[in-house]
Design a protein around this ligand. Structure first.
Ligand SMILES: *[C@@H]1O[C@H](CO)[C@@H](O)[C@H](O)[C@H]1NC(C)=O
Ligand SMILES: *[C@@H]1O[C@H](CO)[C@@H](O)[C@H](O)[C@H]1NC(C)=O
Ligand SMILES: *[C@@H]1O[C@H](CO)[C@@H](O)[C@H](O)[C@H]1NC(C)=O
Ligand SMILES: *[C@@H]1O[C@H](CO)[C@@H](O)[C@H](O)[C@H]1NC(C)=O
Ligand SMILES: *[C@@H]1O[C@H](CO)[C@@H](O)[C@H](O)[C@H]1NC(C)=O
Ligand SMILES: *[C@@H]1O[C@H](CO)[C@@H](O)[C@H](O)[C@H]1NC(C)=O
Ligand SMILES: *[C@@H]1O[C@H](CO)[C@@H](O)[C@H](O)[C@H]1NC(C)=O
Ligand SMILES: *[C@@H]1O[C@H](CO)[C@@H](O)[C@H](O)[C@H]1NC(C)=O
Ligand SMILES: *[C@@H]1O[C@H](CO)[C@@H](O)[C@H](O)[C@H]1NC(C)=O
Ligand SMILES: *[C@@H]1O[C@H](CO)[C@@H](O)[C@H](O)[C@H]1NC(C)=O
Ligand SMILES: *[C@@H]1O[C@H](CO)[C@@H](O)[C@H](O)[C@H]1NC(C)=O
Ligand SMILES: *[C@@H]1O[C@H](CO)[C@@H](O)[C@H](O)[C@H]1NC(C)=O
Length: 590
């Protein structure tokens, strides 16, 4: 008995220490002032969304297990939420920054996000998730470095470079929104930006004089890690650097089998890390190119994204034609084969010392299957809308997670169909009922004529297959059950399907959406609600003290919320020393 109670007291103490260590993980703090600035990336002045006066915003630089605190001040004239794309928000969909989980930050308010980047490494990005704002900027990179004790599957790079690429309109997000609300198509974008800047003047006819372009300076004979994110509206881009190989190393938090590519297709919302060796003779600068994919070149009379790779010993300006893009505008087979060639390095360590492939996803039995089918836009109740499985999602005025917390009834329906509806499409707040600790298979079937990319919050999923035609049960025979990549955003080619597997181990309400902004804006999304039936605080963090209220709960909102984060400072030195010793011993278990 005595031993038993001694042990349980010990256990309580260890638990206490572990939870304090969690609090003792380092903090990284950022202040984000989000406002409009005037910029002319394509030579025409327009209002863009800046963070701390900069477009793109600062790169968040963190390390696994860091507590990230971002105080967001909304100086726009409309609501704001920042979404951390690919950051898994373990146990806390409260911080995800999408309308299903958070009330928006009203103009003139600030709200402080606080979350731990748990068990992740890799290259991610953030962006404003409401009202088409991403089309006006407001985005930036988000790096999670490995902890020192975790080896990475390549030598430490000599530098780390973030590159944001994306299609761009000279109309601002309010104008684009207005077009969509009026049932119009957005038409062709006006160009492609690299790091918020227009193209280097690669062609005097196409590119007007005086446009500011991006220059990336490198030293010869080194290796750089370059992290490339497609943050555009809806265009798949081909990324390449003249005369250089791109050694693919990581995508959205997973190390890949390392392979050289002369160019890689990066679809909207996707992130990749390449290792770039500066092994050329620097007789000139080199072009860095992000060009639109699958467009009719005789119609796409738009500028391509062109930046400059400048060696410190460069002997002259970049000149001549841009390096060739894959010459297959209307045949996506090359692109699909390239996507299939991106595989998981199962023996590399991820965020933990154990191999990435120690979770044998191919041997786990699927517990639920959803076929999600998108179609070209339709008219519902006189409005142009997009659908997923025949449902056009309507965001509730009370976020789903908040409604659950306060038991507000009738906010949403847990009835998202497992197979596409065959009747007339409809507008609904219809949500997927995910089973906690279930293993879900989702088939994304693209019946539209454009590439779509799909993203899920809260998880990395395994991309196990993609092919043309309609998915059938027999398609499972082609699945990669061994080294399919784990990531958070996958492309689905038109007239084709992509199959993903998701281990539903993260409690919360998670957005599943297309990344193509126009399709998303018009309703192509849903949420997956994952609830632990057991009443415990271990699988989900409590609602943050500063949570905003809106919709049916708006009367709970205080006019000003001035809650301060509690500090662990001021505890006794002895206690702190003991804590440090225990903390130093446990990282290996986490
Ligand atoms: C966006 O563009 C419209 C039309 O050009 C203009 O009236 C409006 O002021 C702009 N809004 C913002 C927020 O820049
Ligand atoms: C991130 O911060 C670490 C130090 O914590 C530093 O070594 C590294 O160079 C930084 N990375 C970038 C891309 O700024
Ligand atoms: C996979 O990771 C291991 C362990 O870090 C590394 O030694 C190996 O080179 C990597 N393999 C490939 C093909 O990238
Ligand atoms: C510049 O672009 C125009 C229009 O696409 C094209 O006709 C012309 O050949 C290009 N010039 C050069 C030097 O490539
Ligand atoms: C990739 O290309 C570089 C030359 O740019 C070469 O040195 C390296 O061996 C190649 N790596 C692989 C894995 O093919
Ligand atoms: C540099 O390399 C290019 C090919 O990449 C070659 O055409 C050129 O002659 C080389 N210049 C010198 C000075 O070696
Ligand atoms: C590209 O557009 C031009 C001009 O509309 C058209 O004549 C041509 O047939 C198109 N090419 C393809 C392959 O669709
Ligand atoms: C998966 O299902 C099969 C057949 O239903 C069963 O024999 C097997 O034990 C299951 N595997 C696991 C890991 O649960
Ligand atoms: C949701 O799924 C759980 C099992 O995970 C089941 O118990 C529950 O009845 C389902 N709810 C609805 C509304 O279908
Ligand atoms: C869309 O679905 C219909 C009916 O299944 C099929 O006939 C058509 O080929 C599909 N189109 C695309 C682009 O997938
Ligand atoms: C969870 O934590 C809250 C306070 O944060 C507490 O009120 C509640 O009783 C806890 N629930 C359980 C099941 O421990
Ligand atoms: C808002 O930001 C200001 C300036 O950083 C800070 O002093 C204040 O505490 C913040 N308020 C809230 C509610 O986070």
């Amino acid at each position: 008995m005595a031993l038993c109670s001694f042990l349980s007291v010990l256990l309580i103490h260890i638990t206490l220490f572990v939870s304090l260590c969690y609090a003792a993980d380092p903090f990284v703090n950022y202040e984000f002032e989000v406002s409009y600035i005037t910029a002319s990336p394509l030579g025409i002045p327009q209002q863009v969304i800046a963070i701390n006066g900069k477009f793109p915003g600062p790169t968040i630089n963190s390390t696994t297990n860091n507590n990230v605190v971002v105080n967001v001040r909304n100086k726009l004239d409309e609501n704001l939420l920042i979404h951390w794309s690919g950051i898994q928000q373990r146990r806390s969909s409260w911080q995800d920054g999408v309308l299903g989980t958070n009330c928006p930050i009203p103009p003139k308010w600030n709200w402080t996000y606080q979350f731990q980047v748990k068990d992740q490494i890799g290259s991610f990005f953030y962006f404003p998730s409401l009202n088409f704002q991403r089309a006006s900027g407001g985005y930036g990179g988000f790096i999670i470095n490995n902890r020192d004790i975790i080896p990475i599957p390549f030598g430490t790079p000599d530098g780390d470079i973030t590159i944001m690429i994306g299609d761009w309109y000279t109309r601002n997000h309010t104008a684009l929104r207005k077009a969509l609300d009026a049932g119009k198509d957005l038409g062709m974008p006006d160009g492609v930006l690299i790091n918020g800047k227009g193209p280097y003047r690669y062609n005097d006819t196409l590119v007007p004089d005086g446009i500011e372009y991006e220059t990336i300076e490198v030293h010869p004979g080194r290796t750089y890690r370059i992290r490339v994110h497609n943050v555009g509206v809806s265009t798949s881009l081909n990324f390449r650097i003249q005369s250089h190989n791109l050694l693919l190393a990581e995508t959205e938090g997973s190390y890949t089998v390392q392979q050289n590519y002369t160019s890689l297709d990066i679809h909207v919302g996707q992130s990749y890390s390449f290792l770039l060796t500066t092994d050329q003779n620097a007789s000139t600068d080199y072009y860095i190119v992000a060009s639109a994919r699958f467009v009719n070149e005789s119609l796409w009379k738009r500028v391509t994204g062109v930046a400059i790779l400048h060696y410190t010993n460069s002997k002259g300006k970049a000149k001549g034609p841009l390096p060739d893009s894959p010459n297959d505008e209307f045949d996506k087979t090359f692109s699909m084969n390239q996507a299939r060639s991106i595989r998981w390095n199962v023996s590399a360590s991820g965020a933990r010392p154990n191999p990435q492939g120690s979770f044998r996803y191919g041997t786990i039995n699927v517990t639920e299957i959803y076929v999600l089918k998108n179609k070209p836009p339709v008219t519902i109740n006189g409005k142009r809308r997009t659908t997923l499985s025949g449902i056009s999602f309507v965001n509730p005025s009370t976020p789903i997670r908040l409604a659950d917390q306060y038991k507000v009834k009738g906010v949403y329906k847990l009835d998202f169909p497992t197979r596409p509806l065959t009747g007339a499409p409809r507008m609904e707040t219809s949500v997927i009922n995910g089973t906690f600790r279930g293993f879900m298979e989702v088939i994304l079937q693209n019946n539209d004529t454009k590439v779509q990319s799909y993203h899920m919050s809260g998880y990395a999923f395994f991309v196990v297959g993609m092919d043309y035609g309609e998915w059938t049960e027999n398609s499972r025979g082609t699945y990669n059950k061994w080294d399919g990549i784990a990531r958070s955003t996958t492309q689905v080619y038109p007239g084709a399907w992509t199959a993903i597997l998701i281990s539903l181990d993260n409690v919360g309400v998670w957005n599943l959406r297309t990344e193509n902004l126009d399709s998303w804006y018009l309703g192509q999304e849903t949420y997956v609600r994952v609830v632990n039936p057991e009443a415990t605080n271990k699988t989900e963090l409590p609602m943050p003290d500063n949570a905003l209220y809106c919709g049916a709960l708006s009367k709970l909102q205080k006019p000003e919320d001035i809650s301060l984060a509690t500090s662990i400072m001021g505890r006794s030195r002895l206690f702190f020393t003991m804590l440090m010793i225990v903390c130093a011993l446990i990282p290996i278990f986490r």
